[in-house]
Design a protein around this ligand. Structure first.
Ligand SMILES: C[S@@+](CC[C@H](N)C(=O)[O-])C[C@H]1O[C@@H](n2cnc3c(N)ncnc32)[C@H](O)[C@@H]1O
Length: 845
């Protein structure tokens, strides 16, 4: 019966994911554990000099200013670019990363499983737990004793989504994560350095960046983030420092692609020549960009990729091919041959535009000689009663027997005084190598699918990956945005690391990966490092015909063989942040208006002071020991301010102690500022507020507060309210097992302007996503269930042979029912539309 057949088909479709357990990497500390690392701050000197500083005479600037001034340059050295503030070295602190979250399952995979089960069992069943999250949890428990053996214990590789400044993230990858010389491809799509305000997206759920979308602090952060102290000079320093770090990460065979518009193309090209060496420039690729120019003069429709490699002699390069253009422009005089081979004539323009008569073959002639020196290929050859010799300095391309064979195949023609080879382009090899002009990058349709204001088309990054990496290689994107590099690498079975300072970007990327579906590419022997099985195409050449060989088989690396019985989803990845902030970054931090112009002396302040002053200009710093670090007092209010540590989270104890200290001094409002908070601070806050008359507010310090070189306009806006998720957990005994269900009711958040705590219901449009860890171990959040609106619901009908309930693609507020396990503790992470994350933990008995 056809119905049964359908069911069988749907059952046979498997869900697959690629993972890399066989590749080992050092274990990174988990949330809060970085404090266990040695306290000494590792510092390294970045050499930002490929010899230029030896080639110049350095003049003198005012006392203390060590920037070089060129008075003479050695003409044997490569010229370099100079700008205000160019340095030949820089000391930077190196900070460890920390893992906050493990994503083992994909939302789309769970939806597919549920839809399939519903078909098989006619009615939905209680969830048995997420297979992949369960596996991860079992692994974590068996490995528990080794969890603090950071960097000495190894574990299976996981792809990485990192929130943090690229400079510090790269330092960690080099010095802690052991990735020096191991990255095969780097994609770098920095702000273009034009208006400095065009690449900041305000909301997770919209790429529009309209004014109405902005929350006040977000707009100000935007101004802060993207305004550079010295304009293009700061921009060039920013790029150079990062490019030198990229060079250290690249494998000897690796490549880097920098995406830039024409405005700064020439400057950045100079920088890359300096960092990577002119000889390592591979190509400058022009690609068609989305949108059009607003200029009144000629419209500019291309952006550029500057492609450099670590070492041109060792570069890994895989050719890509595209179909041959019908017109065969640039290939020489194009001829037509009648079906029986008796007539030959040039192809007309009309015929070139698709009018070749049926059966006629298109060919061009090519030299039958080469410049390659050979003693045996310099002979007279007799053809149609005439003798032919290779012209001066050339020899025949093959032996006498070879030419005989070509003649027998009808592949030789007379052209003036020489013999030429007949090449049938559409038959011998119907493809041409991809060149450096990409006009086929999408324009129109792309807009509708856009997740991020400045998103790169996937076609561009896929090509870069395909040309320079093999399956299993590592790709890194230091300004990942919406995670296009991670997405493309995941699609193509490459390992990936992407980082971004913006929490909006990180959350857009996470959702994009969790809702992705890919084709499953068949590997040669089951592991990605063995490579894919590719479609091949025959290339008939002079050599293959002359020596009667099989035509050469060319792998089409962009066309791996697909397993039609599989749906592939995103493999496991981890979400990380910097585990510690550096005290170094606070040295010379510029505070206040007087310091905002170049040349004025910077005011040195310490960490606590800087944070308190940034939060409240009127804060008076408390010298005494204790956890109230500053007090802000006006006629209306008196607030105690307590600042969390640079490394690690604000603990419940710090909050209780700060409140105790404040109350002892008669202050009844306490603001605790931190980079991160322990998961159960919400409960402590309500407990303290219930048991006394005190009011406690928790405030997040935004991670990009430390970005160097950025102009601090309105720095007090660098804080965002910490939202406390309001959840309800119900437990029921089903089949002698305790099963729980979590409902997200809303979030409570502090409104800094009105200085009150506001409550937002979960369906008020404020929540962008929420995640549930069904058995939280207190160290690392493992995503077991995830909830958010799909940007675009996929049509799975054909693949699944079943309908998916459309409600599955929307933000649901009630979790699936799940069995309670050993920790009897759940955690819920809520992400608001501005990318702020907050977590609540609940013990469930
Ligand atoms: C042009 S966008 C990249 C877009 C990306 N190619 C995509 O397809 O979505 C540049 C990104 O760099 C990020 N960014 C800027 N400065 C950064 C820094 N110092 N470290 C890490 N990310 C940074 C911005 O937040 C922004 O998301």
């Amino acid at each position: 019966m056809p119905k049964e057949k359908k069911k069988m088909k749907s059952e046979s479709k498997k869900i697959t994911r690629y993972s890399y357990n066989e590749v080992k990497e050092p274990r990174t500390p988990e949330t809060g554990h970085t404090a266990l690392l040695p306290n000494d701050e590792l510092e390294v000197t970045l050499p930002m000099d490929n010899g230029w500083s030896n080639a110049i005479e350095v003049g003198k600037l005012p006392e203390g200013d060590e920037r070089p001034v060129v008075v003479d340059m050695d003409p044997s050295a490569d010229p370099v670019l100079f700008w205000a503030g160019k340095r030949n070295k820089r000391v930077v602190p190196v900070l460890p990363l920390q893992r906050n979250e493990i994503v083992t399952d994909s939302r789309i995979a769970q939806i597919i499983e549920r839809a399939r089960k519903a078909v098989a069992e006619k009615e939905p069943q209680a969830r048995q737990g997420s297979l992949f999250a369960d596996l991860e949890k079992t692994l974590r428990e068996t490995d528990r004793s080794k969890r603090v053996e950071f960097y000495t214990h190894e574990e299976g590789w996981k792809n990485k989504l990192i929130c943090g400044d690229s400079m510090q993230v790269m330092g960690s990858l080099l010095y802690y994560e052991n990735l020096r010389g191991k990255v095969q491809m780097i994609y770098f799509d920095p702000p273009y350095g034009i208006k400095y305000d065009s690449n900041f997206q305000q909301r997770v759920d919209s790429a529009d960046n309209d004014d109405e979308h902005g929350a006040e602090d977000i707009l100000t952060i935007k101004a802060f983030r993207d305004t550079w102290l010295l304009g293009v000079h700061s921009y060039l320093s920013y790029l150079t420092e990062r490019l030198y770090l990229c060079r250290d990460l690249l494998a000897d065979t690796g490549s880097i692609f920098l995406q830039i518009s024409e405005v700064n193309l020439h400057l950045v090209r100079c920088l890359m020549d300096e960092v990577f060496g002119r000889e390592n420039h591979v190509a400058t690729i022009a690609f068609r960009r989305t949108g059009t120019s607003t200029r009144e003069l000629m419209e500019v429709v291309t952006d550029y990729l500057l492609w450099y490699c670590r070492d041109i002699e060792r570069i890994k390069y895989r050719s890509l091919f595209i179909p041959r253009d019908r017109r065969l422009d640039g290939i020489g005089r194009v001829m037509l041959e009648s079906p029986d081979g008796s007539q030959i004539r040039p192809m007309s323009d009309l015929e070139a535009n698709g009018g070749v008569p049926s059966g006629w073959r298109v060919f061009v002639t090519q030299p039958l000689t080469s410049q390659h020196p050979s003693e045996t290929r310099n002979f007279d050859y007799e053809f149609q009663g005439y003798k032919f010799v290779p012209s001066e300095g050339r020899q025949w391309a093959t032996s006498k027997e070879g030419i005989d064979r070509l003649v027998a195949l009808g592949r030789v023609v007379v052209d003036g005084k020489t013999l030429r080879y007949k090449y049938y382009p559409f038959e011998d090899f119907p493809l041409i190598p991809l060149t450096s002009v990409w006009l086929d990058t999408p324009l129109g349709g792309f807009r509708r699918e856009k997740l991020f204001a400045v998103q790169t088309p996937t076609k561009v990054i896929e090509r870069c990956l395909l040309m320079t990496t093999d399956p299993g290689d590592v790709a890194f994107d230091l300004t990942g945005g919406s995670g296009t590099t991670g997405y493309c690498a995941e699609k193509l079975g490459r390992r990936w690391i992407t980082c971004d300072t913006s929490r909006v970007a990180i959350n857009v990327a996470r959702q994009r990966l969790l809702e992705a579906i890919f084709e499953h590419y068949i590997t040669r022997n089951g592991t990605l490092s063995s490579g894919f099985v590719y479609k091949t195409v025959n290339r008939v050449t002079v050599k293959s015909l002359a020596f009667d060989l099989e035509p050469e088989k060319i792998d089409l690396v962009d066309q791996p063989e697909v397993d039609k019985d599989a749906i592939r989803v995103c493999g496991p990845f981890e979400v990380m942040t910097l585990g510690r902030y550096s005290l170094q970054d606070w040295k010379g931090y510029l505070v206040g208006e007087s310091a905002s112009h170049y040349g004025e002396p910077a005011k040195l302040e310490n960490y606590i002071e800087v944070i308190c002053r940034l939060y409240r200009k009127d804060a008076s710093i408390q010298g005494a020991a204790g956890l109230v670090h500053a007090v802000a007092e006006t006629e209306k209010e008196k607030i105690a301010i307590s600042v969390g540590p640079l490394s690690g989270r604000v603990t419940c104890k710090q909050i209780s102690d700060a409140v105790q200290d404040a109350v002892a001094s008669g202050i009844l409002e306490v603001h605790v500022l931190g980079w991160a908070f322990e998961a159960n601070v919400g409960e402590v806050k309500s407990h303290l507020e219930k048991s006394g008359k005190v009011k406690v507010e928790l405030i997040m310090i935004r991670p990009d507060t430390l970005a160097e070189g950025l102009k601090a306009t309105k720095p007090e806006m660098l804080f965002s309210p910490f939202a406390l998720p309001d959840i309800e957990v119900t437990v029921e005994e089903i089949d002698k097992e305790n099963r729980a269900c979590v409902t997200l009711n809303g979030v409570a958040l502090f409104d800094r302007n009105r200085r009150t705590t506001e409550y937002k219901t979960a369906d008020s449009g404020y929540v962008s996503a929420w995640y549930l860890d069904e058995d939280y171990d207190g160290d690392c959040f493992v995503d077991c269930q995830m909830f958010f609106d799909f940007k675009k619901a996929p049509n799975l009908r054909a693949a699944l042979k079943a309908e998916v309930d459309p409600a599955e693609y929307t933000l649901q507020l009630k979790s699936q029912i799940f069995p309670l396990r050993s920790y009897k503790r759940i955690a819920v992470k809520v992400v608001d539309v501005y990318g702020n994350e907050s977590t609540v933990v609940k013990e469930v008995s």
